[in-house]
Design a binder for this molecule. Structure first.
Ligand SMILES: Nc1ncnc2c1ncn2[C@@H]1O[C@H](COP(=O)(O)OP(=O)(O)OP(=O)(O)O)[C@@H](O)[C@H]1O
Ligand SMILES: [Mg+2]
Length: 373
């Protein structure tokens, strides 16, 4: 049932019709306001703010269609349901009623039960509209908040990343300088090596973050050139010498395809991320295999370890941001689950593909780059 307090305005030039509608509606507990003509009706919408208007079509002076249009133009009347009452049963009148902004259309003679049902329906519609608008406003407010937060986050990321990158890079450079000192004691040398590794790991994290946010903004654009894979992989393996020795893992290379058309910086960081992951999972005494191969669809790179591997169900999920295996935080020192996200975005920015296979035992990360010019 509708609230019995709802106020209905009846606009009709015929006194008998008005009296009939009034009696029917009041019997149902509605409050009824009467207007004997169009201009009176419009005024009553402003002063009485009814919940629903019953509007006769044919009236001397301003007719029902004109009244409805003017009600719609009022702030009080924009969403008030208007039910037309008319003796005319033709499609043309019906179309005109809809065009004028009417919600419903009743033909005379009107049976009291039908009148009540239509009024109830109109009131329900109005209530639903109000609720819908409330929901819509809520969703819009939430969307605006999210948008604002997103923009703040982007600014913060750019800030943090740029301000961190330079000092960490400088740290690494100074560590490299120190290592050139022949007088350095073995213990000091080891410490400096450690500083370098930590700095590199931090730098890797910062650059992953930077490139992921670049990619979100559509700004991760590779600058490809012909890259010599023998040279590049040798340099990378060299960087990991200390860590692989500490982990007692040997790094093996097998260069089938000697070059690839890719962005040298991005490719270096993709491989660094994959080796970093593999070293974290490879058991002591095992081998880590880095291979390149020319296939009909392009150049394939593969990095395989003998670790615990990645369960089938997780092979897609691990590429999503912040996804790490269980207990991973303890395992990784600076790990945040961003490495593979960066790898996928960077490989795909080249038009390539990256996926995981079972190395039986272990995980094999494979990439395919389309062959360039
Ligand atoms: N070689 C691998 N063997 C087994 N699991 C792996 C291997 N490489 C990645 N994973 C799993 O995938 C997850 C996501 O890897 P990803 O490189 O994105 O993050 P991370 O290494 O934990 O942190 P980050 O790279 O940001 O320092 C890892 O936490 C791990 O569970
Ligand atoms: Mg990683």
């Amino acid at each position: 049932m509708e609230s019995p307090k709802a106020k209905i305005l009846v606009v009709d030039d015929n006194a008998q019709n008005r009296a009939l509608a009034e009696a029917t509606l009041e019997d149902e507990g509605y409050e009824v306001v009467l207007a004997a003509g169009g201009e009176d009706g419009i005024r009553a919408v402003e002063t009485e703010k009814p919940d629903c208007v019953l509007l006769d079509v044919r009236m001397p002076g301003t007719d029902g269609f004109a009244v409805c249009k003017r009600i719609r133009a009022l702030p009080e009347g924009a969403d008030t349901p208007v039910v037309f009452l008319t003796a005319l049963r033709d499609v043309d009148t019906f179309d005109q009623a809809l065009r004028a902004g009417g919600d419903d259309f009743l033909t005379k003679p009107v049976r009291p039960t039908e009148l009540i049902l239509r009024v109830q329906a109109a009131l329900r519609l109005r209530r639903m509209n109000a609720e819908l608008r409330e929901h819509y406003d809520l969703v819009r407010r939430q969307r605006d908040d999210l948008m604002r937060l997103g923009l703040q986050k982007e600014r913060l990321t750019a800030f943090v990343v740029h301000d961190l990158k330079n000092p960490v890079n400088t740290l690494d450079l100074h560590a490299q300088l120190l290592l050139r000192d022949k007088e350095l004691s073995p213990r000091a040398r080891q410490s400096v090596q450690q500083i370098r590794e930590e700095a590199r790991s931090l730098l890797r994290l910062i650059l992953n973050l930077l490139d992921i946010s670049k990619s979100e903004e559509g700004r991760l654009v590779p600058q490809p050139s012909r890259v010599n894979l023998a040279t590049l992989t040798a340099e990378i393996v060299d960087e990991f010498v200390v860590r692989s020795q500490a982990a007692e893992v040997s790094l093996e290379r097998s260069i089938g395809a000697d070059s690839v058309y890719a962005d040298p910086d991005l490719l270096r960081r993709i491989i660094e991320n994959l080796i970093d992951n593999a070293l974290r999972h490879a058991p002591a005494g095992s081998k880590l295999r880095l291979s390149t191969q020319r296939e009909p669809e392009g150049v394939e790179l593969r990095i395989a370890d003998n670790g615990r591997g990645i369960p089938e169900a997780q092979r897609e999920k691990i590429f999503e941001p912040f996804v790490q295996g269980t207990g991973e935080q303890a395992l990784s020192r600076s790990g945040r689950g961003l490495g593979l996200t960066f790898c996928r975005l960077a490989v795909e920015a080249h038009g390539g593909k990256i996926w995981v296979e079972d190395a039986q035992p272990g995980a094999a990360f494979c990439m395919r780059f389309p062959d360039g010019p």
